[in-house]
Each structure stands twice: as C-alpha cells, then as structure tokens.
Write a protein that binds this ligand. Sequence first.
Ligand code: BG6
Length: 498
Amino acid sequence: MAKSYEYTLSKPDPQILVIFGASGDLSHKKLMPALAALSGRNALPDQFTVVGVALDHMQSSDFAQMALGTVDDPSPSWKELTKEFHYIEGNYSDDTTFQQLSVLLDEIDKRNGTLGNRIYYLATIPELFAVVAEGLKKAGCVQLPGTSPFTRIVIEKPFGIDLASAIELNQHLHSCFDESQIFRIDHYLGKETVQNVLALRFANAIFEPVWNRRYMSCVQITVAESIGIEHRGAYYDKAGALRDIVQNHLMQVVALTLMEPPTTISAQDVPPVKVKLLKSIEIVNSDHAARRAVRGQYGKGVIDAQSVLAYREEDGIPEDSDTETFVAMKLEVDNWRWAGMPVFIRTGKRLPERVTEVVLEFKGVPHLAFKSRQARLLEPNRLVMRIQPDEGITLRFGAKAPGESFDLRSVSMDFSYQDTFKQAPPDAYERLIHDAMIGDHMLFLRSDEVEQAWKIVDPFLEAFRNSDVPLSTYRSGSWGPHDADILLAREGHEWANP
Ligand code: BG6
C-alpha cells in the first residue's frame, strides 16, 4: 500500500500576530481555521499569541470564543492557545487605537517572551490598508527592517483597483514599511498544486524540451466556479471578474506555467523570473483589447439541479449592473519561448463546476500515418495540471483500441494527489501564514509584480468601461458566452472543458 506522507512545517520564532479586521469574514473563514490547523500540527511558535483589532464591541473572551468556534473539532492545543487571545476594540483613524495596541504588545512580550516580534495581518477592507500602516508607524509599532526584533505586514488582495491606485498603495506602504517587511498574499500561491507546477516543470527532464511554441499549439488556463457572488455583492459589483481573479490568481498561474527556469526555488530567484515573464506579456491598447477579450454576466439557470438567480437579481446588485462575472482573454507572450503561441485564459462564476486547471495542448504529429477519419479527429495531446479539486496531473494521448484495425482512442495517464499522498492538500492559508511567520517571501507578491499585472489588465478595464467589449448574458450552468468559443475558434482551437 502507498505510504501516507507527513505534511511537516518548521517552528517559527516567538512572535505576536495582530489581526486587523479580526471580527470579519476572512478572519473567521480562513485565518482562524488555518491557525487552528497549524496549532494542531505543532507548527506555531512556542511563544505565540494573537491580538485581534476591530470596530466591533467585544471582549477578549468573546474573541477567544469566536476563534475557538471557527473549527468543528478543536485540538487541545488550539483550545489552550485561544484562551490567551486578546482583543482591542478601536477605530483605525484614531491614534489611541494604535497607542493602546503598542502598550498591550509590550505587556505581552514581557509576560510571554514573544521578544518584540510582530506580524500585522490586514484582514480589513482595502481602503484601510494605508490607514492602518500609517497608524502603526506613527505609534512606533514598526521596527527597522533587517533588525531584531522583526516587524512584518501581511496584506490581502485587491492591491488597488488599477495600476495608478496600486502604485499609490505601494508608495503608502513603502513610506511605513520596507519592501522586505511586506507580504502580499495571493492565496493561489499557497495551493500545493500551484507549487506543483514548479515541481513538474523543473524537477523532470522530460517536459522542458517540449515546453515551448515549437511543440505546443496553445495553453489554456481556466478558473471556473459554480458559486455565484454569495454575500459579496457590494464588493463584487465594483470589482468584477477581471479585478477579482484575472489580475491576481490567473496572472500568477500564467507566470508559473510559462516562466523560465529559476536558478533555485527560493524567494530570491522565483519572483524575478515571474516578473520577467509578466513583462513579456503584450500590453495591448484598449482598442485591441476588444478583439482579445470576451466578457459576460450570468443570467438565471440551473446548477447541481438547483435553480439559481441571475446576477442582476442578487442582493446588493443594481438591476442594470454591467459588471462582468465571466472573462475570457487571449494573451500573447512576446519572448523566445512563446512568441506567436496563444495563451487563453478564462474565469467565471456560475459555470457548471468548480475547477481550476492548466491545459497545455500539443501540436499534431508531422505526418499522420493512420488514415482513418477517427485518427484525423483524435483530440490533441494534452497535459492537464488540475489545481483543484481532484488535484493532479493527466496526460491525454492517443492509443490503439483492441482489434484488427488501428482504432485510435484518446486515453489518460493520471496522477492523483489524493491517491498518491493519501491526504487532501492543506489549505493555502495554512502555508502562507506559516511562511510569513518564518519570513519566507517566495509565495508572496512583490510590488513590481503587482504593478506589472495591472499594466496587462488596465487596457482591458478601460475597454470594458467604455463598452468596447460587449457584455453578453450567459446561462448559469453553462460554460459562459458563446463568444468565448469564437475567441478560440478564430485561431483553430476549442476549450478543453473538463
Ligand atoms: C477570491 C475571490 O480571491 O478567490 C473569490 O475574491 C473567489 O471571488 C475565490 O471565489 C476563489 O478561491 P478558490 O481558492 O476557491 O479557488
């Protein structure tokens, strides 16, 4: 029987984690469960506590109770740990909030031996990122970079709403923190299977020789979700799919899939090659964007045998909203490896299933010796990296079916993460919080990376804003507007739907 692999993590140095927006959704749904899991794995520092800060009226004991209640079956260590959690009720534009925090943190250091090390996690709305950073700086809560004790700040997407605002946000952050102290989270990078793209590409000799325009005919990357916008109407209607998924998660997967090999898999060497790849993606002008992109909005439909509402009928969404919930785009990568080969990306809500995958499609053989119609119609060879769910890798190729004639069929060679490692991959936040605690930047975004991704996306934002790209309605439960099929058909391709 295959062996079950232990997912091990090292122990970080003593520290205090301060969560701003501690009573919010992110803290509740992601941060606390991730901390609980880390505590269960004995991967939190020996001297450690959490301080929550938020506007809500709450005592430390309520906060501790909330943290405990975020997991179904809390481990004894999580129960013990949460008892010591602290909470500060405060407004971020009020200096006294930060002064109070500073005093509390010093007290905890004295009592718990946390040595002055701090991680500030901004789980707030993005409008408050700069306010909190400045509040911390003013109250003397930020140590110089590269010294002991350490100060780190973790922020969540969206990093701005376009290039100009991203630059402004970076400037604000840099006026309070050094880049080396900033950890920008894109939770896709915390997914084991996204990291597996690196393993597949750079630990195996067989893929590299064919990983280019000479052997591949296109790359398709899909981030499909069957859920709608849930209770996030107010945020989503301002963001849309381009800002919500394309600028960040999709660009990261594109970069890891297409970048050059790094010298080492490390924080020093991986981000520069990712940025270099993003810099080779053609920046279109907004007139051309119209020919390269398709956008849609979900209408009514049926998903998993349930009728679902149209986007415009969702809570908090104006009846005439023209926010896109689906985007498909063709990117061109102007470099030696990929010139002329299309890269198609798409994302959408209320699609038939939740699946994120990268499909690398290969060119046909130079001469087809099999003369049957079926051989001519055989689907192209495809290497599929499934990021989620059913994490794994599949190679699709033609094989002879039993019988006298050469009856060719497409068959699969499969690697399943779950079957091989006998465990589901851990949640991305677990890995990312831990990496921030040990100060490893490899899976976080640099400021230039974020800005470069906005440079690619900005012309499309403008084309959408000016309605240069028509907004089509697609039926919930379908694979998006028909125009997305045409986008590929124009180049002789079709989406490899799962
Ligand atoms: C978030 C988006 O960043 O990613 C959500 O804001 C989306 O709209 C989510 O649903 C998808 O994440 P995952 O890990 O479920 O693919």
